[in-house]
Design a binder for this molecule. Structure first.
Ligand SMILES: [Zn+2]
Length: 100
């Protein structure tokens, strides 16, 4: 099988409910011999199942915790902390490179 075959099957899987009987037969024959495309179908089925779950709003405590953490991470840092972060990335250089 060439990569275009897998691509075609995955496109047909995305529109499986609207496919013709011959397209479904083609897909099923391909899936019988292709573990990769079976995995793609399993993910698609899992995704569809997850979409049926009811959505729930986060608790007030979790909401405030998340918004505070986002604000903390997006806050501008002083120059000495940015410089320190850069120094840490350079400091690890000798451990990954041989200087012999
Ligand atoms: Zn395949």
């Amino acid at each position: 099988m060439n990569p275009a075959d897998h691509q075609q099957i995955r496109l047909l899987l995305a529109h499986y409910r609207g496919s013709t009987d011959s397209e479904r037969a083609h897909v099923e024959a391909h899936l019988a011999g292709c573990a990769d495309c079976r995995t793609v179908r399993a993910y698609q089925q899992q995704n569809l199942a997850l979409r049926t779950l009811p959505s729930r709003a986060p608790t007030t405590r979790l909401y405030h915790h998340l918004t505070d953490e986002i604000a903390r991470q997006q806050a501008p840092r002083p120059w000495y902390q940015r410089l320190s972060a850069g120094w840490h990335s350079w400091r690890s250089l000798p451990s990954c490179c041989s200087l012999s």
